[in-house]
Design a protein. Structure first.
Lengths: 112, 114
């Protein structure tokens, strides 16, 4: 079956540090890939997505590149802010369906 | 007004109570979902409704009973719950059959079963 694996958190960084949150997937075929973010007290929000190999999704300074050869979709940001503190979820779906498979989530804590 | 609205935000209930969670989406979507989010566990898909028809029941105990009267409203009826059912219950919607349509989530109902 399909699965998504994320690095375990929490990830604690100082403001302006570089962020990487690893995500790898197992799937039959070529899914679309997503990053969702959950701020405290809220539901999940779509952060960015990529629908085919070598696509780069980007939003709010975050980026992730769809790497078919390594089945990865790592999330990066060059300079994090305290307001980026949240839980980040990697997810995949196949184009014909609407059943997302989520990773376990990675909590990011950014200190001033 | 947010796209997906859930009420109540917080709910405390005893094991013998009956309560309902409500979800409403204002996005014109045709699919709605219930997810359970527990501490230190992955997000769990509970139910899926496409065009008001239930298409997925992920081995959820019968003490959880969903209802989807139309494509904009989704309920989760709760009865005789257990303390381990305490969690954040998230509703989501999407446009099924639209390629790569993302999920739009509500802010959830924090349920505590005493």
């Amino acid at each position: 079956g399909n699965s998504v694996t994320q690095m375990e958190g929490p990830v604690t960084l100082s403001e302006e540090a570089f962020l990487t949150i690893n995500c790898t997937y197992t799937a039959t075929g070529y899914p679309s890939l997503f990053w969702y973010v959950q701020y405290p007290g809220e539901g999940l929000q779509l952060l960015l997505k990529a629908t085919k190999a070598d696509d780069k999704g980007s939003n709010k300074g975050f980026e992730a590149t769809y790497r078919k050869e390594t089945t990865s979709f790592h999330l990066e940001k060059g300079s994090v802010q305290v307001s980026d503190s949240a839980v980040y979820f990697c997810a995949l779906v196949f184009n014909a369906g609407n059943m997302l498979t989520f990773g376990g989530g990675t909590r990011l804590m950014v200190k001033p | 007004e947010t796209g997906v609205t859930q009420t109540p935000r917080h709910l405390v209930m005893g094991m013998t109570n009956k309560k309902s969670l409500k979800c409403e989406q204002h996005l014109g979507h045709n699919a709605m979902y219930w997810y359970k989010q527990s501490a230190k566990k992955p997000l769990e898909l509970m139910f899926v409704y496409n065009f008001k028809e239930q298409t997925e029941n992920n081995s959820v105990p019968s003490r959880f009973s969903p209802e989807c009267p139309n494509s904009s409203h989704l309920f989760l009826h709760l009865h005789t719950l257990q303390p381990e059912d305490s969690a954040l219950y998230l509703c989501a919607s999407s446009q099924v059959r639209e390629k790569n349509s993302p999920l739009h989530f509500g802010n959830g109902t924090r349920l505590t079963v005493t």
